[in-house]
Design a protein around this ligand. Structure first.
Ligand SMILES: [Zn+2]
Ligand SMILES: [Zn+2]
Length: 552
């Protein structure tokens, strides 16, 4: 009997974001990615959402490392939180570690975190694991798939990938290596990206976007062009820069991460822009509109991003004018559509022209669509399959593709966040769960909890009514009050009758409860019940009722 391998999913299965999986062999834990998720609009005030690290922190001593598949926030953004509670080395390609190190450095955790650069095709021993890094093409350079060679056979994790036969850097998803693994000892278990599993056909090649951008730049002769894309999309930045330079434009980056990533990628030799073509945004006014390309962050309408501030006319150096064309070289992530639309409206208000992926092919996805996934399955021919990286319907769509390609249904396991699977001589099955709730981060406080969020939703929807009464329980009488203060429930100056009636009801309820000998908790209940019932009946709203009991 070979020792079993456990696979525990802490995030990314059932949502797009906070990707984090854990392999366990002979008591050692190896993480695959540690990402964050951006909040939905109903997560009021929340900055970001993390995996629940409770289980990992309890076993911090057992963690031998974390393998990073690529440098997107949904794969690296949780590290600066987990590394506060556990210390372990990070394995990734040069750019991946470069992108990950920013936040780790900001959190002051760099000194106690070892970064180990891996190269394409290398095999690394990490504790009892052996990890092989296989090139994968994605919307950030230097992504990898990882083959874990274990006593239970090869576990292949695809990372985020597409099958682009003409990527900008010529670095293809290495299908022949995956074929060699499949034809050798075989792939025992495949964990594969499901993001676009319900999209028909093939994704477009990144280089096809370059041609569109070139033509657009040609059409925009004499006008200033401002583009927004992900700051980590180095190949998109390269193609934008190439198009601009071929029409004699200089390039002005704006936004902190855009500036940082351009500098880093040029240093690593991943981005080619001559010094003479780069200018500081502060000097943008020295150039005619037709001589400039501004490369901006904020393609998702993020509130404090460079493009959102530009659209609000709040950039010190650059003012949007009718001479500007803004190109969104991006597609809104589900949930960000409204924010992006607002930015587009504001740009039009300032007189700019706006081009986005709905109007022109200025974007290509970084995730394999169904025909690419089928091709991947036909090559990998896994014994067992677990779809990862997707909302639940993506996971289902991917499991159906796998069945079409020959993996029997009883060798496919649809897992969700928190599920703990075992792979042993008998195959793959679920053996338990670990905590996997959303962990909400707001400001510097780690977990604000779902109770806080529920309160915020009530406050946002219906407001609050605070009712203060002062009682003498020995004499069983109301000393003063009720004092009623409200926020967000009703316009008080016009609600005199309502408040008087509410006050009378509470007074009666408290006096009765006092005579019945109620304790403080009982009195609070009486206030809440009398107020809540009246408020709901008279206004059809359900504000938060806060009873405040004072005793003499
Ligand atoms: Zn990604
Ligand atoms: Zn991802």
């Amino acid at each position: 009997m070979a020792p079993p391998v456990y696979i525990t999913f802490l995030g990314g299965l059932g949502e797009i974001g906070r990707n984090c999986a854990v392999l366990e062999l002979e008591g050692s834990l190896l993480l695959i990615d540690c990402g964050l998720m951006f909040p939905d609009t109903d997560m009021l005030g929340v900055d970001l959402v993390l995996p629940d690290f409770t289980w990992l922190v309890e076993r911090a001593e057992d963690i031998v490392g974390c393998v990073l598949t690529h440098g997107h926030e949904d794969h690296i953004g949780g590290l600066s939180y987990l590394l506060r509670e556990a210390s372990f080395p990070l394995f990734g390609t040069e750019l991946t570690l470069g992108l990950a190190s920013g936040r780790i450095e900001e959190a002051g955790l760099m000194k106690r975190t070892e970064l180990i650069v891996v190269a394409d095709g290398e095999r690394w021993e990490i504790g009892p694991f052996e990890a092989e890094f296989i090139p994968a093409t994605h919307s950030v350079p230097q992504g990898v798939a990882t083959a874990f060679h274990t006593p239970q056979g090869t576990i292949l994790h695809t990372g985020d990938f597409k099958i682009d036969l003409t990527p900008v850097d010529g670095r293809l998803t290495n299908l022949s290596r995956i074929g060699a693994l499949a034809d050798g000892d075989g792939i025992r278990l495949l964990l594969a990206d499901s993001t676009n599993a319900d999209q028909p056909g093939h994704s477009r090649s990144e280089t096809s976007v370059g041609k569109v951008l070139y033509n657009l730049m040609h059409e925009q002769e004499g006008r200033r062009v401002i583009t927004a894309c992900f700051a980590s999309h180095i190949h998109r930045i390269q193609q934008l820069a190439d198009a601009a330079i071929s029409f004699g434009r200089v390039i002005a980056p704006v936004g902190r991460s855009m500036k940082r990533n351009i500098t880093m990628a040029r240093e690593m030799g991943l981005l080619t822009i001559p010094d003479t073509s780069l200018i500081d945004i502060e000097k943008v006014d020295r150039y005619e509109p037709g001589q400039v390309l501004v490369l901006s962050t904020g393609s998702q309408g993020e509130p404090m991003s460079a493009l959102t501030l530009l659209a609000a006319n709040e950039n010190r150096w650059l003012k949007i004018t009718p001479d500007d064309t803004v190109i969104f070289s991006s597609h809104p992530i589900p949930g960000n559509e409204n924010a992006v639309t607002k930015v587009i409206d504001n740009l039009f208000r300032l007189g700019a022209e706006v081009i986005h992926s709905g109007l022109s092919d200025v974007h290509a996805t970084g995730h394999a669509k169904s025909e690419e996934l089928k091709l991947y399955h036909s090559i990998a021919k896994p014994d067992w399959f677990v779809p990862v990286h997707g909302e639940y319907h993506h996971l289902i769509a991917h499991s159906r593709l796998a069945q079409v390609m020959g993996t029997p249904e009883d060798h496919i396991l649809i897992a969700e966040d928190g599920d703990r699977l075992i792979l042993d001589d008998n195959g793959l099955r679920q053996v338990g769960t670990v905590p996997s709730e959303y962990v909400y981060v707001h400001g510097t406080v780690g977990d604000i909890g779902s109770g806080v969020l529920r309160d915020r939703r009530i406050l946002a929807d219906d407001g609050v009514v605070a009712v203060t009464v002062c009682v003498d329980r020995k004499k069983k009488r109301l000393v003063s009050g009720p004092e009623i203060a409200t926020r967000g429930w009703i316009h008080e100056p016009e609600a005199g009758d309502l408040l008087a009636e509410l006050s009378a009801r509470v007074k009666a309820a408290v006096e009765k409860a006092l005579l019945d000998g109620a304790d403080i908790a009982g009195l609070q209940r009486a206030v809440r019940r009398a107020s809540g019932g009246f408020v709901a009946n008279s206004t059809r709203r359900r504000p938060m009722i806060v009873p405040i009991l004072l005793e003499v």
